[in-house]
Ligand binder design. Structure first.
Ligand code: MN
Length: 715
């Protein structure tokens, strides 16, 4: 490249260089390239203006500038200059390719792709778009960092836009970009995004908060100064060099805390916060010791993220102590390096990255890869995806250990079962119990940091719908659903075949069964399995098949369908709004009983299936919203319903007897009881007839009191 550099650069460009010089000692090598990107962009956008009236190029300059503030590499900064070129000018990709490296072109294309995604208000579409965005990020995370810089500048200059557009962009920033920035450890970016979003979404609250925080700062400034002075004195005595300063939490997190805890600003105490930056990890702990020697710590608020960093790379020691006037003060202690990582997150790892040395980065975005893997394999159920994504993005983490002492990070509220799936999918499927710190616990026990967990497995697969109710991780949910789906398909094939054979025999056409099985394609099914499945789902009734093949002349469709329904339990315990005499069956996956919140789902050819409101099967039906129908319990006294109870217990003599005795004593009918032992654990199921939820709960409470019972769940 033969580039003539000017003797003197424009001021703006010099300012950019000043930042780059602070972290890239080799910047002169890239000077020509940076200058070229600057000029190229300025020329390409020269006739364009922003809504505010300023030249469009200012947006590109500031995007590049923000990237430099994040200490990004030259290719990324150049792409910052060029990021709108394909979308907003008529310069072609080919022209850009002739001038810039394939990597830069890749970045620009990536950002253009994301920009093309409009986050619709329709949730389904939004999920779809978000999914696309994440998949594009997976190729190179720098694409999203450029997009962040672009978005930050747009947010800073949002005032010029009309209200409606401002809201849309602010919402998208708050719900999509900020959580992602958080996950990538880019706290500074995240906080600015959240604060700017709050400013545009809740201008009144923002203003009030701004005022109050300014007042509070003024009032507490003396306390903070005194405290900092005190700390500095102590540190000097020990010859520790440190930078001690006060800090203010971001508005949005204060606002959130006020809402979450329903407390006025005055009571959100940890607005008083200081940060201590030292030279080495050893000094971090020395400082911690000094602080704790002189001030009483609030132990439950102590966190050591140096020993166990967060998965986005964040490291620091957090402690809260009672300050001189009895005011709690939050203190963060970290090294310069850690501070950098905390501020710019994943971006910090691009600095001086050598080719092929991506291990550390890969480690930090492990969660992202996992999420992307799930996305790639699973193309259905967008709402669920959004939901899980939100959960994962906001969750904090706990740190637990395998029996061998390997560390596993899980989101807070994870259960022993989540742990099992985190270890290995197979371990999850075969899991029946767990030992936490040597004590046997049930699969739904929540784990805490520091727990050592040993999973108890059996030779069989034990997956159940019930598991979906308590697992907390995406991974476990996804694996369980996968298994259930696969398993369900097998079941429905078997059932369909049985229904066909039974129906044929009843119609005295046993001799024709083979014939029918060979002719499935005449109904338009590609495989025999799909044909069976259609029968199970009642998309195709056996009557219909028989009529088509053997009694073409018969009429009276309505009458004929009824015998088909008989194999399902029709219940009068349910009333359906607006309909009388509807065929109603209680879903077998969740076995609702009176007292449960329920909803009806109209099933083709089978009337209405009633599920429990929280049945994990319901989300799978989401796409067919108009098939939901309001149902209510309307039960005659004395009528009973099946409910199934899962029991895990220590294996001991007479346990099954004790269980039956309790049930008998409560004058309850038991349909069956089924127990097996695996190692020291017993696992079983009891099916009983109850009148209501209260009745079932009464029994569960009594059963819980039996010695040796570990968990009891209604299925
Ligand atoms: Mn832009």
């Amino acid at each position: 490249m033969n580039q003539i550099l000017p003797k003197k650069f424009p001021k703006q460009f010099e300012k950019l260089l000043d930042i780059i010089k602070t972290y890239n000692s080799n910047y002169e090598v890239d000077l020509a390239l940076l200058w070229k990107a600057y000029k190229f962009s300025k020329e390409a956008h020269k006739d364009q203006y922003r809504q505010s009236g300023e030249p469009y190029f200012q947006h590109l300059y500031h995007t590049a500038f923000i990237l430099a503030e994040l200490n990004m590499d030259t290719a990324t900064i150049c792409a910052g200059f060029l990021h709108d070129i394909l979308e907003d000018t008529n310069i072609s990709e080919e022209v850009v390719s002739n001038e810039f490296s394939p990597q830069i072109v890749q970045f620009v294309k990536g950002v253009t792709k994301i920009s093309g995604i409009k986050f619709q208000s329709e949730q389904q579409e939004q999920a779809q778009n978000f999914r696309k965005m994440l998949l594009s990020v997976a190729d190179d995370i720098r694409v999203i960092i450029i997009k962040f810089a672009d978005r930050i500048h747009n947010m800073r200059t949002l005032d010029a836009l009309p209200e409606k557009k401002r809201r849309r962009i602010a919402l998208e920033t708050r719900d999509v970009y900020a959580p992602l920035a958080h996950r990538l450890g880019m706290y500074r970016i995240k906080m600015e995004m959240e604060d700017l979003a709050l400013k545009h979404l809740e201008p009144r609250i923002y203003k009030e908060l701004n005022q109050k925080i300014t007042d509070h700062k003024k009032r507490s400034q003396n306390d903070i100064d005194d405290f900092i002075h005190l700390i500095n004195t102590y540190l000097k005595e020990e010859n520790i060099e440190a930078d001690v300063f006060g800090r203010i939490k971001n508005f949005y997190s204060i606002y959130n805390k006020m809402i979450r805890q329903d407390r006025p600003l005055e009571e959100i105490f940890d607005i008083l916060a200081i940060r201590i930056i030292v030279n080495s990890v050893t000094h971090c702990y020395s400082v911690l010791g000094i602080v704790h020697q002189n001030f009483t710590p609030i132990t439950e608020r102590f966190r050591d993220f140096i020993a166990t960093p967060k998965s986005n790379g964040y490291q620091s020691v957090h402690t809260t102590v009672i300050g001189p006037k009895g005011i709690p003060i939050e203190i963060q202690i970290r090294t310069e390096e850690m501070n950098k990582t905390a501020e710019v997150g994943i971006a910090a790892h691009w600095k001086y990255k050598e080719p092929g040395k991506t291990d550390e980065l890969d480690h930090h975005i492990h969660w992202l890869r996992e999420l992307v893997d799930i996305l790639k394999n699973d193309t259905k159920d967008d709402e669920e995806f959004l939901e899980t994504l939100k959960i994962d993005l906001f969750h904090d983490e706990i740190f637990v250990f395998t029996p061998k002492g390997d560390l596993i990070k899980l989101p807070i509220n994870s259960t022993a079962l989540d742990f099992a799936f985190a270890v290995h999918t197979e371990v999850g499927y075969r899991c029946i119990g767990a030992k936490v710190n040597d004590k046997i616990v049930s699969l739904n026990s929540r784990l805490s940091s520091g727990d050592r967990i040993e999973i108890i497995t059996s030779n069989n697969y034990n997956v159940s719908y019930n598991w979906l109710r308590f697992v907390a991780t995406n991974r476990a949910k996804h694996r369980i659903r996968k298994w259930l789906q696969r398993h369900e398909f097998e079941q429905s094939i078997k059932l369909g075949e049985e229904m066909l054979e039974l129906g044929m025999r009843k119609a005295k056409l046993s001799a024709k069964i083979k014939d029918v099985k060979n002719r499935y394609s005449e109904f338009g099914y590609e495989t025999i399995n799909l044909f069976y499945q259609a029968i199970t789902k009642s998309e195709l009734t056996v009557k219909h098949i028989i009529n088509e093949f053997y009694h073409k002349k018969e009429k009276e469709q309505t009458e004929e369908q009824i015998p088909q329904f008989r194999q399902y339990r029709s219940t009068n315990g349910i009333s359906v709004s607006g309909y009388e005499n509807m065929l109603v069956q209680l879903a077998k996956c969740c076995n609702p009983i009176p007292g449960d919140e329920i909803m009806g789902f109209i099933t083709r050819g089978r009337g209405i299936t009633v599920h429990r409101y929280d049945c994990p099967n319901i989300p799978n039906l989401e796409e067919e919203k108009d098939r939901f129908i309001d149902v209510k319990w309307s039960v005659k006294a004395g009528r009973t319903f099946v409910t199934r109870i899962n029991i895990i217990c220590e294996d001991r003599p007479n346990l099954v007897y004790d269980i039956s005795q309790v049930i008998h004593d409560l004058h309850t009918n038991m349909l069956n009881i089924n127990f097996s032992t695996e190692g020291k654990l017993g696992r079983g199921q009891v099916a009983i007839m109850v009148e209501s939820l209260k009745h079932a709960e009464r029994i569960i409470v009594k059963l819980k009191n039996i010695p040796g019972i570990l968990t009891i769940d209604r299925i």
